[in-house]
Design a protein around this ligand. Structure first.
Ligand SMILES: Cc1cc2nc3c(=O)[nH]c(=O)nc-3n(C[C@H](O)[C@H](O)[C@H](O)COP(=O)(O)OP(=O)(O)OC[C@H]3O[C@@H](n4cnc5c(N)ncnc54)[C@H](O)[C@@H]3O)c2cc1C
Length: 503
C-alpha cells in the first residue's frame, strides 16, 4: 500500500455511512490509523432520515419509527443520548397505538367493527401465515391456501392474498347477518376493506403493487423484526444520526460533494481509487465504502469505471426499490378534532361506477390519515408507488384540496352533519424524484431473493477498494434504519479485520 495511513472515503452521510465512519473512527482514533472522510452529495446529513418542521410541529419526512425496541441498537443510542423525551410534542402518531381506528367508506359511511373486523382478521392471518406466525382465526382455511402456495416459484404476496380472499368468499357464502352498507354490496365493501389493508402493506414494503413483492422473502424479513414496542424519537430521528456524527473530528464530513464517477482498478496493479465530484474536483482513496441508495445504484449505471461486475448489476436491477411519500396537512386550528380520529379510508374499486368524481385518483390507494399527535392540527398520510411519484409534481395547494374533498366525502355521514374538512396547507416529500435517493426503500421483488442483497453487499475485490453498505445490502433488515446501521457496522468491521485492527 503506497500510503502509510490508509485513506478511507465513505460515500453518503446517511445511517449506514455515519455508522461506518463512527465505528472506524472510534476503533482507531487513538492511534489515528486511518485518514477518514465522509463525502455527502446533499447539504445535510441523515439521508433518508430527515426531521423537520411543518406549521410549527416537529415532523419526520423520512424514517419515522424504531421498529421494535428490544435488541435495537438505535433504541439503545436514543436512550443513552436522552433522545426519547422532549418538552415539545412530536410526530408520535398516538392514534396508531390506540388500535381503534375509525373506518370510513366512500359516500360517507362509518363502518362498524362487525363489517371491518372479519376482513381485517383474515388479512392479518394471511400475513401471519406468510410470515410463519400463528394464526388466530380462519386457521383451516388459511393453511389450506398455504399448502397450495408455499413451494410456489415466483409467487407474490399479492397473489397469495387474493387467493385468500377468494377462498374466504368461497366458504363464507352463507354467512348470516352480514349485509352491505348503504349502496355498497357486502362483497364490494369486503373487497374494498381488503384493498385498504393491501394498500397499507404497499406502504410498508414500498412496492407499487403487491404482485411484484416476493412471497418467500416475507418470512425471512419477519423473522428479523425486533420484538417490543414500536416508537418514534421525541427529539427527532435526525438527532440519532447527529449523535453518531458528533464523535467525528470537524472536517471529516464534507457536504455538497456529489460523486459522479468512481474509478477503481481491476488489475493486480492496484493504484488508488479516484472519486470524481460534480464540481470537477477529485479525491483519491485506498478504500471506498459506497452507501448510496439502491435507487441511486439503479440510476447510476455509469457511476463505476470500469462498470460493476455482471452479478452485481443483475442484483441491482432485480431487487425492488419503491417510492413512499408522506403528506402533511394543516387544519385551521379552530377546526382541530378533539377526538383526534385515526382514519382508515375505504374507496370504491377501479371498476365501480359509483366512484365519486371529485375524489382524485392519486388518493384512492391511500389508506390512513391521522393527526401526528393528539389534538395536533397537522395530519399525515402516506402515499405509495406511482401515486407517490405523481403527487411530487402536483402543486401542494392541489394536494390540500384533494385531501379536503376526500375527507369531507368520507365523513359526510349524518353523525358529522355534513361538516366540511378544509386542509389549508399541505407539504409532501419528494423521495422519488430526488437524484440523491430516487425512491424510499428496497424490497425483494418477485424474481429476486435475499441472495441478491448478499451479492450487493460483496466488496468488489479482496483488497477492499470498493465496499458496499446501506439498507439494501442487508438481506434480513433491508428497508429499515437498523438494517442500514448494521450494514455500516459490517463494512467498518470488514475493514478493521483486513488491517487486523479489531480487538
Ligand atoms: C418516507 C420514508 C419513511 C421511512 N420510514 C421508516 C421507518 O419508520 N423506520 C425505519 O426503520 N426506516 C424507515 N425508512 C427507511 C430508512 O429511512 C432507510 O432504510 C435508511 O435511512 C437508509 O439509510 P442508508 O444509509 O442506507 O441510505 P441513505 O439514507 O439514502 O444514505 C445515503 C446517503 O448517500 C447520499 N448520496 C446519494 N448519492 C450520492 C452521491 N452520488 N454522492 C455523494 N453522496 C450521495 C445521500 O444524500 C444520502 O445521504 C423510511 C424511509 C422513507 C423514505
Amino acid at each position: 500500500m503506497a500510503n502509510v495511513k490508509p485513506r478511507v472515503v465513505v460515500v453518503g452521510a446517511g445511517m449506514a455511512g455515519l455508522t461506518a465512519a463512527n465505528k472506524l473512527h472510534t476503533s482507531t482514533h487513538l492511534k489515528q490509523l486511518f485518514e477518514l472522510t465522509v463525502v455527502e452529495g446533499g447539504s445535510r446529513i441523515g439521508g433518508r432520515i430527515n426531521s423537520s418542521e411543518f406549521c410549527g410541529d416537529r415532523i419526520e419526512q423520512g424514517a419515522t419509527w424504531i421498529h421494535g425496541i428490544e435488541g435495537s441498537p438505535l433504541y439503545k443510542i436514543a436512550q443513552e443520548q436522552n433522545l426519547l423525551h422532549s418538552h415539545r410534542p412530536w410526530e408520535c402518531m398516538i392514534g396508531i397505538d390506540s388500535g381503534n381506528p375509525t373506518t370510513v367508506a366512500e359516500g360517507g359511511h362509518r363502518l362498524s367493527p362487525s363489517t371491518v373486523h372479519p376482513i381485517s382478521t383474515l388479512f392479518k392471518n394471511l400475513m401471519n401465515h406468510m410470515r410463519g406466525k400463528s394464526v388466530d382465526e380462519d386457521g383451516d382455511l388459511i393453511s389450506e391456501i398455504g399448502k397450495n402456495c408455499s413451494d410456489g416459484e415466483n409467487l407474490s404476496v399479492g397473489s397469495f392474498l387474493r387467493r385468500g380472499l377468494e377462498a374466504y368468499w368461497g366458504v363464507s357464502k352463507g354467512r348470516e347477518g352480514v349485509e352491505g352498507v348503504g349502496n355498497w354490496s357486502r362483497k364490494s365493501i369486503e373487497e374494498a376493506i381488503f384493498a385498504m389493508h393491501e394498500n397499507i402493506q404497499r406502504g410498508y414494503s414500498s412496492a407499487d403493487d403487491l404482485t411484484v413483492l416476493d412471497y418467500n422473502a416475507e418470512r425471512e424479513y419477519a423473522d428479523a423484526i425486533f420484538p417490543g414496542e414500536e416508537i418514534t424519537i421525541a427529539r427527532g430521528y435526525t438527532s440519532l444520526v447527529e449523535s453518531l456524527a458528533s464523535v467525528l473530528p470537524s472536517g471529516t464530513i464534507q457536504l455538497n460533494r456529489k460523486v459522479e464517477k468512481i474509478e477503481w482498478q481491476q488489475s493486480h496493479e492496484f493504484g488508488p481509487v479516484k472519486l470524481h465530484f460534480s464540481d470537477g474536483t477529485t479525491l483519491s482513496a485506498d478504500h471506498v465504502i459506497v452507501t448510496v441508495s439502491l435507487g441511486v445504484l439503479k440510476n447510476g449505471i455509469h457511476m463505476f469505471d470500469p462498470p460493476l461486475p455482471i452479478s452485481k448489476n443483475r442484483a441491482i436491477s432485480k431487487l425492488g426499490f419503491g417510492v413512499v411519500n408522506k403528506v402533511f396537512l394543516q387544519l385551521p386550528p379552530h377546526e382541530q378534532e378533539t377526538k383526534s380520529p385515526f382514519l382508515q379510508m375505504v374507496f370504491r374499486q377501479p371498476n365501480s361506477e359509483l366512484r365519486h368524481p371529485k375524489i382524485p385518483d392519486w388518493i384512492r390507494k391511500t389508506s390512513l390519515l391521522y393527526p401526528i399527535y393528539t389534538n395536533s392540527s397537522v395530519w399525515v398520510s402516506w402515499i405509495t408507488g406511482k401515486n407517490a411519484l405523481e403527487i411530487e409534481s402536483l402543486e401542494e395547494a392541489e394536494i390540500a384540496k384533494g385531501f379536503s374533498t376526500t375527507t369531507t366525502n368520507l365523513l359526510s355521514s349524518n353523525s358529522n352533519s355534513g361538516k366540511r374538512f378544509e386542509f389549508v396547507k399541505a407539504m409532501r416529500t419528494q423521495w422519488g424524484s430526488d437524484p440523491l435517493f430516487f425512491g424510499s426503500y428496497s424490497f425483494v421483488a418477485v424474481g429476486s431473493s435475499g441472495d441478491d442483497m448478499d451479492v450487493l453487499a460483496e466488496p468488489l475485490n479482496p483488497q477492499l477498494q470498493i465496499m458496499f453498505a446501506g439498507e439494501a445490502t442487508h438481506r434480513r433488515l433491508y428497508s429499515t434504519t437498523h438494517g442500514a446501521y448494521f450494514s455500516g457496522l459490517r463494512e467498518a468491521n470488514r475493514l478493521l479485520d483486513y488491517y487486523n485492527y479489531r480487538h
